[in-house]
Design a protein around this ligand. Structure first.
Ligand SMILES: Cc1ncc(COP(=O)(O)O)c(C=O)c1O
Length: 411
């Protein structure tokens, strides 16, 4: 037995997870020779699967022009930046990307991060250092929640319940910020941004929008849920967008006021003490933004909207009680019990389908689910096939037990 295991009893902790059906393990997925399909298909050991577990919503991760831009970026800038942004890591490609994002968002300044996770952590930490009360939607992403747990001044309001938030804001006596997601990552529902914006004004509480799953996908020219739901970026104080999802690459940006971002540049350890992402990536992202904002982006968003309609309509017909309302590319199928979820995911795999199985603590206890993600690269036959197989598998499991409590399948 190794020393860490002996001292800290890791084996026992893992065993407990296995018993509770919560053990996690990484698998390797390969695009293989399947090119030009975005993330529609993936391969595991030479077998090709339909992929319904990717956040590559517009299917850009495999776009030939973006590939070309990445190659061009490598030729121009080489590999890694070798340094953090305040030392020598910031290149003309990053500068150009920041300017482009500034134009898109209309915000005074941009900070680029290697991941959305780091961006959110840095953001929340900055407000904690300002002694702010942190008001977060209960279902906001782990990257926001984790940092907020470093302060006692956190209030998690009921999911999408602006009334609950208002009650609390009315009793707060220190300055606070409101944090939410545009599209919730596990449920696919949208935040009530207009109501939150009203509260922002009423209580002078800055609104922080994590639009990881909205940027590129929603709103005019893909400008995200701020554009779709609350009149534009100017009605948020901080907009965090990821470049790892609809943009098809990797990284994130924070758009906001010059002074606040200068404060972050001076104090955020996630920014100061981390190597700047490669310049070739910034160069590739610029191409991705061209596509997102252009006619091709519009076409891809229409294509995605059609797939969402196909799948949601089919599932509401076949298994309405498992599919909560979601108008977005994230379509949860709530199974309930983790053991059954694993079984459903495995049976889907046998049918040539990969779908993400989400278990607690990623989702609340008793709501284990398949998180189906649709992309513009999917075709109607793909979503029809998924709906048919899914309903067959769930009906079979449901019918094999005496009732829903013995199968563990919700509802
Ligand atoms: C809502 C939300 N915010 C932030 C992140 C983190 O982004 P990234 O994957 O770029 O680290 C995610 C990741 O899935 C997310 O779902």
């Amino acid at each position: 037995m190794n020393l860490i295991n002996q001292v800290f009893g890791i084996g026992k902790l893992l065993q407990e997870r296995k018993i509770r059906g919560l053990f996690r393990e990484c698998r390797t997925y390969d695009r293989g020779p399947v090119r030009g399909h975005g993330s529609r298909q993936i391969r595991i050991s030479a077998r090709t699967f339909l992929n319904f577990a990717s956040n590559d919503y517009l299917g850009l991760s495999d776009h030939p022009e973006i590939r070309r831009a990445l190659h061009e970026g490598i030729d121009r800038y080489g590999g890694g930046t070798g340094s953090s942004p305040l030392v020598t890591g910031l290149t003309p490609a990053h500068q150009e990307l920041s300017e482009r994002l500034r134009d898109i968002t209309g915000k005074e300044d941009i900070l680029l991060f290697s991941t959305g996770f780091a961006a959110n952590q840095a953001l929340i930490k900055a407000f904690i250092s300002l002694n702010a009360e942190i008001y977060l939607d209960r279902l906001s992403h782990a990257s926001m929640q984790d940092m907020a747990f470093h302060t006692r001044k956190i209030f998690r309001f009921r999911h999408n319940d602006a009334g609950h938030l208002e009650q609390r804001l009315a009793t707060g006596n220190t300055p606070g910020i409101i944090g939410t997601e545009g599209v919730f990552s596990m449920d696919g529902d949208l935040a009530p941004l207009k109501k939150l914006q009203d509260l922002r004004e009423k209580f002078r509480a800055p609104l922080i929008l994590d639009d990881a799953h909205g940027f590129g996908v929603h709103g005019f020219r893909g400008h995200g849920t701020a554009a779709l739901l609350c009149g534009g970026f100017q009605n948020t104080d901080i907009y965090m967008g990821t470049l790892s999802k609809a943009a098809g690459l990797s990284g994130a940006f924070i758009a906001g006021d010059r002074e606040f971002l200068s404060f972050m540049t001076n104090t955020s350890r996630e920014y100061i003490y981390s190597t700047m992402a490669p310049a070739f990536l910034a160069h590739g992202i610029l191409k991705s933004l061209d596509i997102i904002e252009g006619d091709e982006g519009e076409d891809r968003r229409l294509q995605l909207a059609a797939r969402i309609r196909n799948f949601h309509t089919a599932m509401r017909e076949l298994l309405p009680e498992y599919c909560p309302q979601s108008e977005t590319a994230i379509q949860p199928v709530i199974i309930g019990n983790t053991g059954i979820l694993i079984r459903v995911a495995e049976e889907l795999r046998r049918e040539g389908i990969i779908a993400g199985g989400m278990r607690p603590p990623t989702v609340p206890e008793g709501t284990a689910r398949l998180r189906i993600t649709l992309t513009a690269a999917h075709q109607k036959q793909d979503t029809d096939y998924l709906a048919e197989k899914l309903s067959g598998i769930i009906s079979r499991i449901r019918n094999s037990g005496a009732d829903s409590s013995s199968t563990g399948i919700s509802p």
